[in-house]
Design a protein around this ligand. Sequence first.
Ligand code: AMP
Length: 504
Amino acid sequence: MSFSELGLGEKLLEAIRDAGYTTPTPIQAQAIPFVLQGRDVMGCAQTGTGKTASFTLPMIELLSKGRARARMPRSLILEPTRELASQVQDNFQTYGAQHRLTTCLIIGGESMSEQTKKLERGVDVLIATPGRLIDQIDRGNIMLMDMKLLVVDECDRMLDMGFIPDIEKIVARLPKPRQTLMFSATMPPEIKRLADKFLSAPQEISVAPPATASERVEQFMVRVGAADKRAALRHLLKSETVKNAFIFCNRKRDIAILEKSLKSHGLDAGALHGDMPQSARQETLDAFKRGELTLMVCSDVAARGIDVSGVSHVFNFDVPHHAEDYVHRIGRTGRAGNDGRAFMLVTPDDQKQLGAIAKLTGMDIAEMKLDDAGFEAPAAGEAEDSAEPGRGRRRPARGRNAEPREANPRPAREPRSRRAAKPQERADEEAAADMPPPAIERYQRPEPDRQEPRRYAERRGPSDRYRRRDHEDDDAFSDASVVGFGNNIPAFLKIVPRLSPIDD
Ligand code: AMP
């Protein structure tokens, strides 16, 4: 099967050739003809299958006839994260190079007024995350009556992130009849329910997932003491031939510490997590994509769907809380026919999560012993602190080379003076010390435009899928403290009162 048999016009075929594609992927071969016929489609496919082009290509063809009117976009694509939304927009730029279609991103973290200006000029394709879209609709900046085509992408991810009520709210406002395409990697009952509600006589298409990670990615785990993680990571970065790598942490504050620590050791590192301004997020990702940044220290916001070709390594600095996140994380390497290597640092506290990963993947990850490869954990008293900033700073190393704990510990010694500490050790301490204090002390008033959705699934169930997760970034969930309000402290409680000095 070739692209020319799918019913796409000559301009698109040329753009496809320019993109270097010769044959349609199975989801493209199956979906494109139906989308061109105006049929609803339920596509069971995940990222890496060429799914994005399976809807962007026919959309360009369909939308090339006609023009958008001010504030009345003609089509809508809903994406769970800002990065995925921006990736879809890139697709329109690539494939739509010969067409004069306008796209607009409606995502949180970016200026609302810029988005509004664009909407006023008329937009053919709106690519949005649910929360910001609802804001813009509520403000009357978007009229939906011309919306003839809707794509709900990554439905199961939307479900995980608690976006389903938002999506139902948006879709309820869209005109009928319209063409609707839904894509999901899996079909849990909740997605099936949505499909029944949104789609009319859909064509169901299911494609096999791309080569599983285990086929393309060599996986290793490294057992290490919690205090030795940074040293172990640096050792791996030195001993492996790393072209570029994602380094996943569970908590945002650890991302910042690790990024700073790696930089202080002369390594080229950047950070990506959900608390960063959107412009910084995009800048880091673009630099990484262009090959101008080697190490991307990130949260799970980068784990799904982010398509960077030729990533040589993934390092799990932390064992992920959710086993399925492991699969998504390591799936950032070993893409598009390339091989990849994935390492995971495992501390004695991680046994339960490790078991969950083994159960999900159906395999035991090979253990690599760092001692064998010449790793020396920092000696006792010199260990790097992996503790949270602000907590007890220098714990003795508990790594494999650490001295065993004494039965009768000596009286506490005076802490070593900062000046006596080794320069690198000091740099790491500084990295930790510079870290922002916990969120409660760092609260800033939100921008006047409501931040990307702080809404959650109403429903709860015993399964993780229904647990609350923070808006478009799972990482806030990872930072969760689970007492009281848990991760959902009302904004007014986060305001730190400014105390004026007391006059004597
Ligand atoms: P996606 O599943 O849409 O995230 O696409 C995964 C990757 O496959 C992206 O890097 C696309 O550029 C690439 N791709 C999409 N369609 C094709 C095709 N027909 N041939 C080769 N690569 C493709």
